[in-house]
Design a protein. Structure first.
Length: 208
C-alpha cells in the first residue's frame, strides 16, 4: 500500500515518521528524490492525504499548522479546506493536468489549479470517484484502473495529452494508485507485483 502511506514529486518523497531507514534508502534510490518524514494531523496515511507535482502540494484541510510549515520548507503547499479533502485519494495529477473527484467544489478546484499550476477536470476511473487511488500519472504516461471505461480513458487522454493504459499492481489489485509510487525518474511498487504488471507499468509510464 505504498501509495497510501507515501506521496512523491520528482524531488521529494513524503513518508510517515515511523518509516524504516532501509525503506527510506530504497525510496530515495528508486525515485531519485529526498525523503521527508511528515504526518497529516498525526496520521501516517500521508499518501492518501497529500497529492502534488513539481509545482506544489495539496494537503488535507485538517493538517496541523506546524506540519504544513514543515512541508512548505520543501515545496509550495496549500490546504484542501472543503468537506472532501483527502487530497491523495481525490486528485490524480502530473505537472500539466489533474483529474479530481467529481464532487469536489469549485472553490477547491481553484485552489488546486493555483497550487499545482494545472488544468483541472472532474471525473472517475473504473467508476470510482477516488481517482487518486485508481490511477498514477507522470509526465510521460498515465496508468489507470483496469475497469476504466473508454469514455473515462478518452477524458484522461484529452486532459493529460499522454498515452493512457490500464493496469494492476500487487498480483491483480485494480487500485494502482494505492500500490505504486512513481515520478519522472523512477517508481516503487509492492513486492507482490508480477513481472507482467511491472512490464505494463514501465511501458506506459515511460521507463523503458
Amino acid at each position: 500500500m505504498l501509495g497510501v502511506f507515501a506521496s512523491c514529486t520528482d524531488n521529494f518523497v513524503f513518508v510517515p515518521y515511523d518509516t524504516a531507514e532501509e525503506s527510506i534508502g530504497e525510496l530515495e534510490e528508486s525515485l531519485g528524490a529526498e525523503a521527508c518524514r511528515t504526518s497529516v494531523s498525526g496520521s501516517s496515511i500521508v499518501g492518501s492525504l497529500m497529492r502534488g507535482n513539481n509545482n506544489g502540494m495539496m494537503v488535507a484541510g485538517f493538517v496541523l499548522e506546524k506540519e504544513l510549515r514543515a512541508i512548505r520548507k520543501h515545496i509550495k503547499a496549500a490546504r484542501l479546506t472543503q468537506e472532501l479533502n483527502a487530497a491523495g485519494n481525490l486528485i490524480l495529477a502530473n505537472d500539466t493536468a489533474a483529474l479530481v473527484h467529481p464532487d469536489i467544489s469549485e472553490k477547491s478546484i481553484k485552489i488546486i489549479q493555483k497550487t499545482l499550476g494545472v488544468e483541472v477536470k472532474r471525473g472517475t476511473l473504473g467508476g470510482l470517484k477516488t481517482v487518486g487511488m485508481a490511477g498514477v500519472a507522470t509526465n510521460t504516461g498515465v496508468l489507470v484502473h483496469p475497469k476504466s471505461s473508454p469514455a473515462e480513458i478518452s477524458l484522461i487522454e484529452e486532459l493529460f495529452k499522454l498515452p493512457v493504459d490500464i493496469g494492476t499492481v500487487n498480483f491483480g489489485s485494480p487500485l494502482v494508485g494505492s500500490g505504486l509510487l512513481a515520478n519522472n525518474k523512477g517508481y516503487v511498487v509492492g513486492e507482490e507485483t508480477t513481472s507482467p504488471e511491472i512490464s505494463r507499468i514501465e511501458d506506459i509510464l515511460g521507463y523503458l
